[in-house]
Write a protein that binds this ligand. Structure first.
Ligand code: NI
Length: 167
């Protein structure tokens, strides 16, 4: 397993639309293992393949406090969404920025798990938000794009300044 570099907003590559996985094979299992290691090391609770510059519809997630409940979503599709809820979000691609975003309160999501088996799952609360946030990444969307243009501009400046400082 290896830790992969995470792209940081406003890197253009974060706006790439991910392609569906055609088979859950060894290369996908390797990608999932590397993504999980990268997410746990960060540390974070969710990571989309887009964020490690791999443009395939793969997400890893673990919202448990014990960090032993890895959830892998391959080719996820939201088949039902209800209600609205606001929650503060953060993102490994936008370190240090936390802003409230309104999303569906409850979703029904269909995906392939790491065994390639189709799973349909209902999700609400933190996990529901996390799934929607990570699925946005696969569409090339970063959560700060829900914010006002003014706020986005400020965040961009902050990120660029930080990138210069750490170089
Ligand atoms: Ni994110």
């Amino acid at each position: 397993m290896s830790i992969l570099p995470i792209l940081h907003y406003p890197d253009e590559r974060l706006h790439t639309k991910a392609k569906p996985v055609t088979a859950v094979d060894d290369s996908i299992r390797k990608l999932v293992a590397d993504m999980a290691e990268t997410m746990y090391a960060a540390p974070g609770i969710g990571l989309a393949a887009t964020q490690v510059d791999m443009h395939l519809r793969v997400i890893v997630m673990d919202i448990s406090e014990t960090h032993d409940q890895l959830l892998t979503l391959i080719n996820p599709v939201i088949i039902k969404a209800e209600g609205k809820a606001e929650r503060e979000e953060g993102c490994l691609s936008v370190p240090g920025i936390y802003e409230p975003v309104t999303r569906a309160a409850r979703i029904m999501v269909k995906y392939l798990n790491i065994e390639g088996k189709e799973v349909t799952q209902e999700a609400e609360g933190l996990i529901g938000v996390c799934i929607q946030h990570e699925m946005d990444h696969l569409e090339g969307k970063v959560f700060v794009e829900y914010l006002s243009r003014l706020k986005q501009g400020r965040i961009k400046l902050k990120m660029k300044k930080r990138a210069r400082e750490t170089m």
